[in-house]
Design a protein around this ligand. Structure first.
Ligand code: ZN
Length: 531
């Protein structure tokens, strides 16, 4: 692994607080697990060594030796660490920057075009660390980062991203999310709506070819996959099927199969993407298209899946692909409401994601769970179709672990599983009085009760303070770093604003195409024409 100049010696990360192989005993905790209620305990000890849970029993004090770190947990609850199954770290500086707008317009600002969008390695490191800090403090122990690189990936930048995850202590699976076809080919109608000069700009081939991207992946896998005792891993990503060639999609699938890597793919997030299938794929949906290519698989993380129909759901169920539900992002971008009940009924595994900070403004998986538990009451008058707290917790832990292809290692507090866990103080307002643990975990905003976060047996947050990161120094560095980007950023935002009317015209035109479904709620026309 290449040494990173912003590693442990940097001003805003600390050296290891406790060695990976140190034995730890958590004493007298209340333990809550999903999936296996028999493994819940009102009061038990958890013995941890080498990052793995070694034993859970009523009294393990006989295991204590001179080197054992003891964590007294009486009056506290221990649950598995939260799993953020979908995230894009490159927007970590952009909370609160935009009004809500449809994805296709939003992306003009989120992923600006041009060389000036590039950042240096130090910026990428600080930016990644900022998101990791927020997640760890809120009890997120695992993240799947579908990282994009502007204008294309470089070893310096992905090394910086991985170094930040290494130094923060979070568990991270990271992909290189990079389209490789011209912008104009990713959308219906746009070619007919833009003026000639812009048409030329949008027709330009991306700077990195599929061949070069695959070479990047080989380098990325070789240097980072399964580093830090498997805490850091690599996934593959095509961004979305309409943003790449079928040949590149197939090459990514080969890599995914060869190394058993999750495959991130955004599909049918928006109505306009459904229209893309009608207009550009001979009326096939994007999921149908990928299935026709023979590439839907149990390794696929299908991100969003809002504008899906029963045929898509059957294809997802048959393939074993996982769906990642990002309800706050869907609300922020007006994407619509995913048909969660129909997916669950078909047996599709569902995990939860925050999506990116520009489309959520926080990385708070407690908020994501609450929103997921609430929003689907808008979709059906039948209360049997509304998810309950337990099913949402199942999506968080079991779904998240399955999406990461680590269901034998993550998401449970059981012997042999990774010691990724969160300790919550039960003597706090969200738990007072304690009526129903699953419901209070989902609905009562218990983010305020997180007192300790442990990843792979290592305490990374204690009494609400990050142990791996000097947070004050990081916040200062992030502000300085972002200020330096301002002049270039202003120019890029101006360019996005100039392109906006043409993308808006495309969006409006897409609303006139019948797609046979409605995923918005309220008193709006379900088809044909602008609301
Ligand atoms: Zn996304």
């Amino acid at each position: 692994m290449r040494e990173n100049p912003f590693g442990q010696a940097d001003a805003f990360t600390h050296a290891d607080q406790n060695a990976h192989d140190q034995q730890t005993l958590i004493r007298r905790a209340r333990i809550f697990n999903m999936g296996n209620p028999s493994s819940n305990h009102d009061c038990a000890d958890i013995l941890i060594k080498d990052g793995i849970i070694q034993a859970i029993d009523s009294d393990l004090s006989y295991c204590i030796d001179d080197a054992t770190q003891i964590i007294e947990a009486e009056g506290n609850l221990i649950i598995p660490g939260l799993i953020n199954a979908h995230f894009h770290s490159p927007t970590n500086f952009l909370k609160g920057t935009l009004n809500s707008m449809p994805l296709e317009l939003f992306m003009l600002y989120e992923v600006p075009d041009g060389k000036d969008a590039a950042v240096d390695a130090r910026t990428a490191y600080i930016r990644t660390l900022l998101g990791a800090a927020e997640m760890l403090k809120l009890g997120v122990t695992s993240v799947q980062d579908d990282a994009f690189f502007l204008p294309y990936p470089t070893a310096d930048e992905y090394d910086a991203v991985m170094s930040a995850y290494r130094d923060s202590g979070i568990r991270a699976t990271v992909a290189l999310d990079q389209p490789e076809i011209p912008e104009l080919d990713k959308f219906p109608f746009l070619a007919d709506l833009v003026p000639p000069v812009l048409k030329t700009q949008l027709s330009a081939a991306p700077e990195m070819t599929a061949e070069a991207l695959i070479a990047c992946y080989h380098d990325f896998i070789q240097r980072w996959h399964r580093q830090e005792n498997g805490r850091l891993r690599v996934a593959v990503s095509c961004s979305a099927p309409q943003r790449v060639t079928p040949a590149y999609l197939a090459e990514l699938d080969k890599l995914s199969k060869l190394y058993n890597l999750p495959f991130y793919i955004h599909m049918l997030e928006t109505r306009l993407q459904r229209v893309f299938g009608e207009v550009c794929l001979d009326k096939r949906s994007l999921i149908h298209y990928v299935d026709d290519l023979g590439l839907l698989s149990e390794r696929m993380n299908v991100i969003h899946a809002v504008w899906i129909d029963d045929d898509d759901i059957a294809r997802l169920a048959r393939s074993g692909a996982k769906v990642i539900h990002n309800p706050i992002s869907n609300l922020r971008l007006g994407s619509g409401v995913m048909p969660i009940h129909r997916l669950a009924e078909a047996g599709v595994t569902i995990a939860l994601g925050s999506d990116e900070i520009i489309a959520d403004d926080a990385v708070n998986m407690w908020s994501v769970m609450k929103t997921a538990a609430l929003i689907h009451t808008l979709s059906s008058p039948n209360p049997d179709h509304w998810p309950d707290a337990t099913s949402i917790l199942n999506c968080m832990f079991t779904g998240g672990a399955e999406a990461m292809l680590q269901k034998e290692e993550l998401g449970r507090l059981e012997v042999g599983y990774a010691a990724d866990l969160v300790m919550l103080d039960l003597d706090t307002l969200p738990f007072t009085p304690l009526n129903h643990l699953p419901r209070q975990l989902v609905y009562a905003d218990v983010s305020r009760s997180v007192v300790m976060t442990m990843v792979a047996g290592k305490v990374v947050v204690k009494n609400g303070q990050l142990l791996t990161i000097n947070e004050a120094a990081l916040r200062q560095a992030a502000r300085e770093c972002y200020a330096l980007l301002a002049p270039k950023r202003d120019a890029l935002m101006q360019q996005a604003a100039e392109r906006l009317p043409f993308y808006r015209a495309m969006y409006d035109k897409s609303l006139t195409v019948e797609v046979g479904m409605n995923r918005w709620v309220g008193d709006i026309p379900a088809k044909n024409g602008k609301p």
